[in-house]
Design a protein. Structure first.
Length: 166
């Protein structure tokens, strides 16, 4: 079994996966596939000071299919509305391993900060204050933030979870 890529309408990957499974089952082609996969990753996102676990696609608009040969199911896929194209070259096993490895890891998106970036404090006594990042400590996941309090620039040490991009 090898992995192949199906290009579908971006943002409709889950619906397209269900449609493809249904259509292949209807045409008796489901015996040729092992599984369909939407490459996604569990992500911790902070909104309004609350943590949310969401699933984020890291290849929007693509579905992976594991099958013996894409030629076996190509005819059933071509007529499905929303399928843009089918890549006929199989993925390398190293690429598949990397994708499947990412599937299981939880990523914290709150650490995509950079120096002098303007951010909003979402947690703690200074919630809703705006500030600018002056120092980053990736190891400890902390920042030193310059915030205007009563007209004076004050520095606060906060964790990545206490701030979000403005």
């Amino acid at each position: 079994m090898k992995w192949y890529v199906i290009k579908v309408v971006t943002g409709k990957e889950k619906k397209m996966k269900e449609t493809i499974e249904s259509e292949l089952r209807h045409n008796g082609l489901d015996k040729f596939i092992s599984r369909l996969l939407i490459p996604s990753q569990k992500v911790v996102q902070i909104r309004n000071g609350k943590k949310y676990n969401i699933e984020k696609n890291f290849f929007p608009g693509y579905i992976l299919v594991e099958c013996g040969s894409i030629k076996d199911i190509e005819g059933g896929l071509k007529h499905i509305q929303g399928v843009s194209s089918i890549l006929k070259d199989a993925l390398k096993q190293s690429e598949v391993d990397r994708i499947l490895g990412k599937e299981n890891e939880v990523q914290d998106t709150s650490n995509n900060f950079y120096l002098n970036q303007h951010v909003k404090i979402v947690d703690g006594p200074f919630a809703s204050f705006l500030g600018s990042i002056k120092e980053l400590n990736e190891d400890k996941k902390k920042v030193k933030l310059a915030v205007l309090i009563f007209g004076r620039e004050t520095f606060l040490d906060l964790s990545f979870q206490q701030i979000e991009k403005e």
